[in-house]
Design a protein around this ligand. Structure first.
Ligand code: PLP
Length: 399
């Protein structure tokens, strides 16, 4: 078991004398399987069009898994590029000695930030002529070509050049001598919706618009420019969505954006969320539990108190809606989830003791609970559940 605590310790923690090493599994923690990430990347790559590259999207600390563990294992599985959201996320990856191309997916609009981007060998996403000119000037002052990706808006209305103006603007950009366009990309807005495969759906139209643009700028004649359109959902739609590269987040972590497909891909969730039982009590029938006493026992009830709560990122709206696993059996969480603790009804169990570990997310034998299940219960999405886990939960690499 390898522990990744270093980059999570605040300065305050570093200066404290703990009077002993605190076990990262002392109360609540996340286990991350590097092997699962690696094997998911391999399985997904096997579905790609020939010569299509795999960009592993590791923004938001690798969707809460630990960006270092995810990046290193994704590269082992064959990812050739990484995608992050922020300058800082990119710089952190470089500090770990990771040297594959890294694309920043959000927008950098200030000269000083674009300069930092270049100095750390990171590629920005550029959506305006103004930013192209800044990059070109930076390149000129440093006597080199500034590598970047251009983004075109085909229907997301977030970043990107206006689709209708891109052809003309690309011709201007081509004449800038101190930038190297390494990629041209767009982003799908509705690829995980049921109609994505239907002709004339907005997803199909986005793909057609992108293809049309690439034809108009004669992309085939422009070597070394990677074209890319698809996230996880887009990738699953088929090879005509693959272009030269796919940008995959969610499915690399083991979750399919379209519920139906995972059986075929047999992706493995890489994240296990666990917490220790710190206290056990038995209450009589008719007794209220937790803030607001929203749960009232209907019988004599044995309760386990777990040391994990919404300050760890467990969404409070899940109160009373989730189960936990112990020894391949399910136990219902009861009462309001509190900041640091929650209660679980363990009536009838005789193997759960103070110090036992319960599983909140992950699988044990036939039982399995995923962030997809949680998202359904609290009107959220799988991505948001994964990103909500706080740094108070140590990440521990297993396997
Ligand atoms: C986050 C992101 C992705 C990855 O999306 P998934 O649905 O997690 O695969 C791809 N491209 C861009 C631009 C993104 O911001």
């Amino acid at each position: 078991m390898q522990i990744f605590l270093n980059n999570r310790k605040s300065n305050v923690d570093n200066n404290l004398n703990f009077g002993g090493e605190i076990d990262p599994t002392q109360r609540a923690w996340i286990e991350v399987s590097g092997k699962a990430i690696e094997s998911n990347v391999r399985k997904l790559r096997a579905k790609l069009k020939k010569n299509c590259e795999f960009m592993a999207v590791v923004k938001a600390d690798g969707y809460g898994h630990d960006a270092k563990v995810v990046s290193e294992n994704a590269i082992k599985g064959g990812a050739s590029q990484l995608g992050v959201a922020t300058l800082k996320e990119g710089i952190k990856l470089r500090s770990y000695g990771i040297n594959v191309p890294i694309l920043i997916l959000s927008n950098l609009y200030e000269k000083k930030d674009l300069l930092i981007c270049l100095r750390n060998d990171l590629m920005p996403t550029v959506s305006t002529i103004r930013e192209c000119l800044i990059c070109n000037n930076i390149g000129k002052s440093n006597n080199l070509k500034f590598s970047l990706h251009l983004k075109v808006d085909t229907g997301m209305s977030r970043l990107g050049f206006d689709c209708n103006q891109f052809v003309q603007q690309f011709n201007n950009i081509k004449s800038l001598e101190n930038i190297a366009v390494k990629g041209i990309y767009s982003h799908l807005a509705c690829a995980d919706e049921k109609n994505a495969m239907v002709p004339n759906s907005s997803t199909q139209l986005q793909k057609e618009r992108f293809q049309e643009l690439l034809k108009l700028i004669n992309i085939d004649n422009t070597k070394n420019i990677k074209t890319h359109l698809s996230n996880s959902a887009g990738m699953i739609l088929g090879k005509d969505f693959h272009f030269d590269m796919v940008r995959v987040g969610l499915s690399m972590y083991g979750y399919c954006p379209l519920g139906m497909i995972n059986e075929k891909l047999s992706l493995k969730p890489a994240l296990f969320l666990k917490a220790k039982v710190t206290f056990i009590r038995t209450i009589e029938k008719g007794i209220g539990v937790s803030y607001g006493n929203k749960f009232v026992s209907e019988r004599k009830t044995k309760l386990a108190v777990l040391s994990i709560g919404y300050a760890d990122g467990i969404i409070r709206n899940l109160s009373g809606k989730i189960d936990l696993i112990h020894n391949k059996k399910l136990y219902p969480q009861v009462g309001s989830i509190t900041m640091d603790q929650m209660m679980v009804d363990i009536t009838g169990s005789d193997d759960i003791k103070v110090g036992s570990t319960m599983l909140l997310l992950g699988s044990d034998g036939e039982q399995s609970i995923t962030p997809i299940d949680w998202a359904d219960k609290c009107n959220s999405i799988t991505w948001e559940i994964l990103c909500s886990f706080k740094n108070r939960l140590p990440r521990v690499q297993v396997g």
